[in-house]
Design a protein around this ligand. Structure first.
Ligand code: SF4
Length: 661
C-alpha cells in the first residue's frame, strides 16, 4: 500500500458532531441534519467521552469489530434510552466524528476505536484525546485532528497529512502514513520503510531506558525519554477477553496460516471470565463468553503459545500472578493485553499493557514500536511497621505523587536500602499498582532475593544467566520525575475511599486516607483476592489475622461475608499444604477457586445494592467495577481485620484477644 500524503473528505460521506444537545445527534443520525464547523461552537460538543460510553463492557463480548461496531456508543444514554441506537452509526455514511475535550478517557479498551473505525469513521476530530486512546487510533490508522483541520477539510482543501501528524515521533508518523500498524509492518518487511535509529549518544540510563536500549532492533544502543524505537519483545500473554481479537487480527492481516515469532515465551490465560457463568448480570452474555473461550483455544492451538486454560473446572490462576512465577525474568521486555501487566516489573522486567492490535502485531513480528518513557525513582528506606504492607505504600503514593500526576506515563523505579525488607510478593504489589498511578510501567531493582525466588519456582533455570540479565540504573541516571525517598517506617495503614459520586467526587484509588481518619465505617462485604492481593504473602496475611481471631474465639462478624480468592493454583496449593485453608474455613470465610472474579464484577464478592459497603484488597475502586456499592481499597491485613470487626479497622497484633477488639 502506498503511503498517504494528503487528506480530503469523500464525496457523499458525512461528518457527525457529538453535541451536548442529544436531539441534534439523533437528527444527524436520522439524516435530517448536516452540520459544519461554522454551525457549531466547541462549547456545544461533548467533553470527556469515555471508552465505556463508546463500547460498554457488554459490547466487548463481541470480538469481531464488525459486530461490536453495530453497538457503537451504546453507553451514551438519556432517560434510559440509547442516543445512538443499535446500528445507527454502522448503517449511516459518516467518515468523520467530532467531539470536545479529552476524547477517549477511561479504560484503555481498544474496542472504542474499533467501534468507530468499523462504522466507517476514518477521521476523529476533538479538542484533545486521552493518550492511550490516541495510541489506539494511530495503531488502527484512524487520523486525529483539531477543529481547524476539520474547517479546512469542509472548505474542500486537500490537507497535507503532515498537518495531522505534527508532533508525532518519526515511527508514529510512518504508521499513520501507512494506514495503521500492520500496514506499516508489511511495508517494513518489504524494505519500503527505513526506521531511523535513535541518535542518542552514550549516557547514564534509568532501568527502563537500559532495558529498552538492550532490546533495540538492530542491536543494543542508547536511548533517552521521547526516543521512538523498534524494540524486540521477549514475551507476553493475553486472556479470554482479548485472545479472540488477537487471533482475528492476525488472520485478517497475516493470513489464515500466520505464525507466532516466539511461542515459548507467550501464553493464554482463562482467568477473567471463569466465574461469569454464575453471575446474574452476565447471563445474557453467556453464549458470547463461551465463544470467547473457544476462540482463545483456537488461537492457542494455532500458535502453540503456552496454555493456561481452565482444567477440571479450575483456572490455573490470574495471568499476572502466573506469569511472574513462570514466565517473566529480570531484564525482560514483556507486553500483554491487560493494564496490570506492569506487575512483571516486580521481577525487574519492563512490562506494560497494550491493545489487541499492537499485541497481535508483536506476536507475529517479535518487535513493536515503543516510545522511551521518562522515569521517576522511589528510594525506599527503613522498614514497614507491623500492620503495614506494600499496599499501604501504594495507597499513599497514589494519594500523593499520582494525584499530582507526577507518575503519569512515567516508569516508576523502586530501589534503595528499604527494598530488601519487602518480599517478592510485596514488590509485585508495588509494580502492580503502578497502573492505578497511570504510570507506563514500574521496575523494581533485583537482588539475591529476586534470583533465589525465581530459581525456587523454575527448576533447571540457570542462576548465573538470571544474574547476567539483571538491570540496574546507572548511578547518575536522570529522572524527569525526580528521586523521592519513602521512609517505610512512616507509612500507616491506608484506604482509598469511594468518594461521593453524587457530589461529583468519584470513587478513585487516589482518594487516600489513613484508616484512623475515616471514622466508623461498617461493612457488608470483605474481599481478599485479585492479582494485587491473591499472592502467597497476601494469603499468609489473611491467615495471620484470622488465626489470631479464631484463637480468641472470634469469627467473621455477623452480617459480613468475607471472600478469599486464590491468585493461582500454586497459591492454593501452598495454602492447603500450610494449613491456611483450614484457618479460613474455621473463621467463616468463603474460599474461592483462583481467578479474577469480583475484581472485574464477574464472580462472588460483588456488591448487589448501592448502599452496601465493601472493603477490598483489589487495586481499583472505580464506580460499578465490583458491583453498585461503595468500595474501600485496603491492605490484606486491614481487610481481614475488618471482616472480623465488622467495620474498617487497621490490624494490630493481639487486637482480638483484647477486650473490645
Ligand atoms: S484480578 Fe482484577 S485487576 Fe487483576 S487482572 Fe484480574 S480483573 Fe484485572
Amino acid at each position: 500500500m502506498d503511503s498517504m500524503t494528503t487528506v480530503t473528505l469523500t464525496a457523499g460521506k458525512r461528518v457527525l458532531f457529538l453535541t451536548r444537545d442529544f436531539e441534534l445527534i439523533r437528527k444527524q443520525l436520522r439524516g435530517e441534519l448536516d452540520l459544519t464547523m461554522d454551525d457549531v461552537s466547541p462549547d456545544d460538543l461533548l467533553d470527556d467521552i469515555n471508552t465505556d460510553v463508546m463500547t460498554p463492557a457488554w459490547v466487548c463480548f463481541d470480538y469481531e469489530p464488525e459486530e461490536l461496531a453495530k453497538n457503537a456508543y451504546a453507553g451514551l444514554v438519556e432517560h434510559g434510552e440509547r442516543v445512538v441506537p443499535e446500528r445507527a452509526l454502522y448503517d449511516a455514511d459518516f467518515e468523520v466524528i467530532v467531539s470536545g475535550e479529552r476524547k477517549g478517557v477511561g479504560s484503555s479498551r481498544e474496542t472504542a476505536v474499533q467501534a468507530e473505525k468499523w462504522s466507517g469513521i476514518r477521521i476523529a476530530i476533538a479538542a484533545s484525546f486521552a493518550p492511550i486512546h490516541a495510541a489506539n487510533n494511530i495503531n488502527q490508522g484512524v487520523l486525529m485532528g483539531g477543529y481547524d483541520l476539520l474547517r479546512r477539510l469542509q472548505d474542500g482543501e486537500a490537507v497535507p497529512l503532515e498537518d495531522f501528524t505534527r508532533g508525532y515521533d518519526p515511527i508514529r508518523k510512518l504508521i499513520v502514513a501507512h494506514g495503521g500498524l500492520f500496514n506499516f509492518s508489511k511495508a517494513l518487511r518489504r524494505g519500503e520503510v527505513e526506521i531511523p535509529r535513535p541518535e542518542t549518544r552514550a549516557r547514564s540510563l534509568t532501568m527502563a531506558e537500559k532495558t529498552i536500549a538492550r532490546h533495540l532492533v538492530g542491536g543494543a544502543g542508547y536511548v533517552k525519554p521521547g526516543d521512538a524505537v523498534l524494540a524486540r519483545v521477549d514475551g507476553g500473554y493475553s486472556h479470554e477477553f482479548t485472545s479472540a481479537q488477537v487471533h482475528y487480527f492476525l488472520e485478517q492481516e497475516c493470513g489464515a496460516d500466520y505464525t507466532a515469532a516466539n511461542p515459548d515465551r507467550f501464553a493464554v490465560f482463562e482467568d477473567h471470565l471463569h466465574y461469569a457463568d454464575g453471575v446474574k448480570g452476565m447471563m445474557p452474555y453467556v453464549d458470547k463468553i463461551r465463544t470467547l473461550r473457544e476462540m482463545q483455544k483456537v488461537y492457542q492451538r494455532h500458535t502453540g503459545v503456552r496454555d493456561y486454560s481452565v482444567r477440571d473446572g479450575i483456572s490455573p490462576g490470574i495471568c499476572h500472578e502466573v506469569a511472574r512465577r513462570h514466565i517473566i525474568a529480570p531484564g525482560d521486555l514483556i507486553l500483554a493485553t491487560d493494564s496490570h501487566t506492569t506487575m512483571g516489573g516486580g521481577n525487574n522486567a519492563y512490562a506494560h499493557g497494550v491493545g489487541a492490535t499492537e499485541f497481535a502485531h508483536l506476536v507475529h513480528a517479535g518487535f513493536t514500536p515503543l516510545t522511551v518513557p521518562e522515569s521517576i525513582r522511589f528510594e525506599l528506606t527503613g522498614e514497614l511497621q507491623p500492620g503495614c504492607t506494600a499496599k499501604d505504600v501504594m495507597l499513599w503514593v497514589l494519594m500523593t505523587f499520582a494525584r499530582r500526576e507526577e507518575t503519569l506515563n512515567r516508569c516508576m523505579e523502586f530501589g534503595g536500602p528499604g527494598l530488601a525488607s519487602l518480599s517478592m510478593d510485596e514488590r509485585a504489589t508495588l509494580a502492580n499498582m503502578a497502573t492505578e498511578c497511570s504510570a507506563r510501567a514500574a521496575m523494581v531493582e533485583a537482588d539475591d532475593a529476586t534470583i533465589e525466588w525465581l530459581v525456587a519456582r523454575r527448576p533447571g533455570v540457570d542462576r548465573a544467566l538470571l544474574r547476567e540479565r539483571v538491570v540496574s540504573p546507572d548511578p547518575d541516571a536522570h529522572y524527569d520525575g525526580g528521586v523521592h525517598s519513602i521512609d517505610l517506617s512512616a507509612i500507616r495503614p491506608m484506604v482509598a475511599h469511594p468518594g461521593d459520586p453524587d457530589r461529583g467526587i468519584p470513587s478513585d484509588p487516589t482518594n487516600g486516607a489513613r484508616v484512623d481518619e475515616i471514622g466508623d465505617v461498617k461493612i457488608d462485604i470483605a474481599y481478599g483476592g485479585s492479582c494485587t492481593a491473591g499472592k502467597v504473602d497476601d494469603l499468609e496475611m489473611y491467615a495471620r489475622v484470622l488465626k489470631e481471631a479464631v484463637d480468641a474465639g472470634r469469627a467473621v462478624a455477623p452480617g459480613v461475608r468475607f471472600f478469599i480468592q486464590y491468585g493461582s493454583v500454586d497459591v492454593r496449593d501452598h495454602c492447603e499444604r500450610a494449613g491456611l485453608a483450614e484457618i479460613f474455613a474455621r473463621a467463616g470465610a468463603t474460599v474461592l477457586h483462583p481467578g479474577c472474579g469480583a475484581c472485574i464484577g464477574c464472580g462472588p464478592g460483588v456488591s448487589e445494592t448501592r448502599d452496601q459497603v465493601t472493603v477490598s484488597a483489589i487495586n481499583r475502586n472505580y464506580t460499578g467495577r465490583s458491583g453498585p456499592g461503595r468500595l474501600y481499597l485496603a491492605s490484606p491485613l486491614t481487610v481481614a481485620a475488618s471482616a472480623i470487626a465488622g467495620r474498617i479497622v487497621a490490624y494490630e497484633e493481639g487486637m482480638f484477644s483484647r477486650a473490645g477488639g
